[in-house]
Write a protein that binds this ligand. Structure first.
Ligand SMILES: Nc1ncnc2c1ncn2[C@@H]1O[C@H](COP(=O)(O)OP(=O)(O)OP(=O)(O)O)[C@@H](O)[C@H]1O
Ligand SMILES: [Mg+2]
Length: 460
């Protein structure tokens, strides 16, 4: 944005106003002057200005034309309009046309300086917001999904294929396999990308709160509903709602959700008005919903509604060829973040890392990479630097606490086994167990709450 000193253009047909302002402002700004709109246009074509202060009524073109011209320029200078005392109508007109502010003549210098400062501040913020948006786009577009295994390529192909439609999507996969990343990529690749992506973590909220979170409530709908509140579906109008951990929602919400999916309409809690929204639904789960349907824990009709298009995120151990690229990617990210030289992973270490089952999947790998970067600060990572668990040297836990899973393919049993093992290794310390698994402490707590039989081991 220009040089160190912000540049200001003053446009006024009265010589003494023009020169008076120039003199007053040139201490802080790089000031140019023009005596009419055409002269101003020439200067605006030749040079970038951050702020333009223009008179409204001038011989030839009016100050409104200066606004139009400014808005058409790539760097969009902010325009402050000067109007004669009492001509509020023209000030309003100028604001409507896109001026950021106005002043009445005779101009008070202090006031003008405040307006210029404010305009400059707003411009900086606008640039920052734009950069943030660009960075978000980068982060969440399909290109941000790292890996080149055929299994992952299939997932990406599917994302691209279904993104343009409004079809409901169900994403299934183990913890840390990138379900949320895929959901975001779906949104970014869809025509809804400019509207909101609204995630709702279903497991994090008790049933009553979840209902009001999703559908909103009217004032007085229940104790504590002091104000009327819009739900996530309303907030996401035109965009995407991501229902994470859909397998955790209770029977009542299942009914409401089913109705919403059938009609795209709902009422706020305690409300009578039926609201319609245009929302695309993406749901994710690390449980086997089909199994839950069989067990009567999840409504079959809702399952069918959700399962229009299914995307399965494969676990890392089923696409070990992605491990080196993912590692390289995360090592690069964390080295940059910490200002360290990237660590080199030696082939011996890589062999072990590719053989390791990564129960926490990509999240665990990401944490491993961060650790390696921070602990090694550049240099090489050899197989001897690896913790024993990566070298397959960990003694199996005592047989007594390792149950033989009733169904060796059940995700739930597998998860329970991993949790139990991690808790054992961590001697019951949950923070350590969570680190071992590459999941958050909160997730671990939730899982333990879900399977009380694991709770006996808690000692930390
Ligand atoms: N293919 C990938 N490329 C780059 N980063 C990835 C990839 N897959 C996952 N990640 C990253 O790994 C982390 C875990 O992914 P994400 O949160 O999407 O997993 P999840 O399946 O939603 O996990 P959970 O079931 O525990 O909620 C995130 O930081 C995500 O950005
Ligand atoms: Mg997730």
């Amino acid at each position: 944005m220009g040089g160190m000193v912000p540049s200001v253009l003053i446009v006024d047909d009265e010589k003494h106003t023009r020169e008076g302002l120039q003199q007053a402002l040139q201490e802080h700004y790089d000031v140019s002057v023009a005596s009419n709109a055409d002269e101003a246009f020439n200067l605006m074509d030749a040079q970038e200005f951050e702020v333009i202060v223009t008179d409204l009524r001038m011989p030839g073109k009016s100050g409104l034309k200066v606004i139009d011209k400014a808005l058409a320029l790539a760097n969009r200078p902010a325009v402050i309009m000067m109007t004669a005392y009492g001509s509020i109508d023209s000030a309003v007109e100028a604001m409507k046309r896109g001026a950021v502010d106005f002043l009445t003549k005779p101009v008070q210098i202090e006031r003008l300086e405040i307006l210029i400062q404010r305009a400059l501040k707003t411009k900086t913020l606008e640039v920052e917001v734009k950069q943030l948006h660009e960075r978000l786009d980068e982060k969440f577009n399909v290109g941000a999904i790292v890996g080149h295994s055929p299994r992952l390529a299939e997932v990406i192909e599917r994302v691209k294929l279904v993104a343009p439609s409004k079809a409901t999507i169900l994403i299934e996969g183990e913890t840390g396999t990138g379900k949320e990343l895929i959901a975001q990529a779906l949104h970014q690749a869809s025509p809804r990308a400019r509207a909101a992506f609204v995630p709702v973590h279903c497991a994090a909220l008790p049933a009553t709160l979840l209902e009001s979170e999703l559908f909103g409530h009217e004032r007085g709908a229940f104790t504590g509903a002091i104000e009327r509140r819009e739900g996530r579906f309303e907030l996401a109008d035109g965009g995407t709602v991501f229902l994470d951990e859909i397998g955790e929602i209770g029977p009542e919400i299942q009914v409401k959700l089913l109705r919403f999916l059938e009609t795209r309409s709902f009422e706020r809690i305690g409300g009578t008005k039926t609201l319609n929204v245009d929302v695309r639904l993406v749901a994710a789960t690390n449980r086997n919903l089909e199994q839950m349907v069989k067990e009567g824990k999840f409504r079959e009709d809702l399952y069918f509604r959700l399962n229009v298009v299914r995307i399965t995120t494969p676990p890392l151990r089923d696409r070990t060829e992605d491990i080196p690229v993912l590692l390289e990617h995360f090592i690069k990210v964390y080295s940059k973040e910490n200002n360290y030289e990237p660590v080199t992973v030696e082939p011996g270490a890589m062999r072990h890392l590719q053989a390791y089952p990564w129960p926490g999947n990509i999240r665990e790998l990401r944490n491993f990479a961060e650790n390696a970067v921070v602990l090694r600060r550049g240099g090489k990572l050899s197989e001897f630097d690896l913790e024993p668990k990566f070298r397959g040297e960990v003694a199996p836990p005592p047989a007594m606490v390792t149950p033989t899973p009733a169904n060796p393919f059940s995700v739930e049993d597998n998860e329970k086994r991993l949790l139990r093992e991690a808790l054992m290794k961590a001697r019951g310390n949950r923070t350590r167990a969570a680190t071992l698994l590459g999941i958050s402490r909160r997730t671990l707590h939730r899982k333990i709450a879900q399977w009380p039989e694991l709770d006996v081991m808690d000692r930390g």
